[in-house]
Ligand binder design. Structure first.
Ligand SMILES: [Fe+2]
Ligand SMILES: [Fe+2]
Length: 167
C-alpha cells in the first residue's frame, strides 16, 4: 500500500491484490503442510495432508498461470489472515498431549485454512468472470473445487473416525 496514494484504483487492481494475497497464502500453506503430515498420527489423515500438499503445490502453479494470463507479475502480498490461522494452529498443536486429540486439532486447523482459501477463490472466480476473464476464472475454479474436496474429506475423516478416537 502506498503511503500517499491509494494503490487500488479499480476492480482490476483489486483482483490483482486478492490474487497476490492467495498466492502468498498458498505458499505459506506449502510450508505448513509438511509439519502437519509429520504431526498427524492417523494414517488416513497423514496421507490426506500429503495429498493436499501436492495439490497445494499445483495451486501455486495454477495461480502463476493466472498471473500470466492477466499480464501480471507473479508476486505475493503479505496476508496476515493466513499467517494468523497458521500461527494459531501451531500454538494449539503445541499444547495438545494426546495423539488422537492432536489429530482432531489438526483437522480443525486445516479446515480453517481450507475455508479461508474457499472464500478467496470464490471471490476471485466471481470477479474474474465479471471482468471478462473466463480463462482466469476456470483455473481459479479448479483450485476452489480442490479446496472444497479437501474440506469435505477432512469432515468425513473427523466424523467417521478421528473425533471418536479423540473423545
Ligand atoms: Fe490451495
Ligand atoms: Fe487447501
Amino acid at each position: 500500500m502506498g503511503l500517499f496514494t491509494k494503490d487500488i484504483k479499480n476492480m482490476n487492481d483489486l483482483f490483482a491484490h486478492t490474487l497476490r494475497d492467495i498466492y502468498y497464502a498458498e505458499k505459506q500453506i506449502t510450508k505448513a503442510l509438511p509439519d502437519m503430515v509429520e504431526k498427524a498420527s492417523d494414517q488416513q489423515l497423514k496421507q490426506g495432508f500429503q495429498t493436499h500438499l501436492r495439490e497445494t503445490e499445483n495451486h501455486v502453479k495454477r495461480l502463476e498461470q493466472v498471473f500470466q494470463l492477466a499480464g501480471l507479475k507473479a508476486q505475493g502480498v503479505d496476508c496476515p489472515a493466513i499467517d494468523g490461522i497458521i500461527e494459531e494452529a501451531n500454538e494449539v498443536a503445541g499444547e495438545v498431549e494426546d495423539k488422537s486429540v492432536l489429530d482432531a486439532a489438526l483437522i480443525a486447523a486445516a479446515q480453517a485454512v481450507e475455508h479461508y482459501e474457499m472464500t478467496r477463490y470464490g471471490t476471485l472466480v466471481a470477479w474474474a468472470k465479471q471482468l471478462g476473464r473466463s480463462d482466469c476464472a476456470s483455473l481459479l475454479q479448479q483450485n476452489l473445487d480442490e479446496e472444497k474436496a479437501a474440506d469435505s474429506k477432512l469432515t468425513s475423516l473427523a466424523e467417521s473416525n478421528v473425533n471418536r478416537k479423540a473423545a
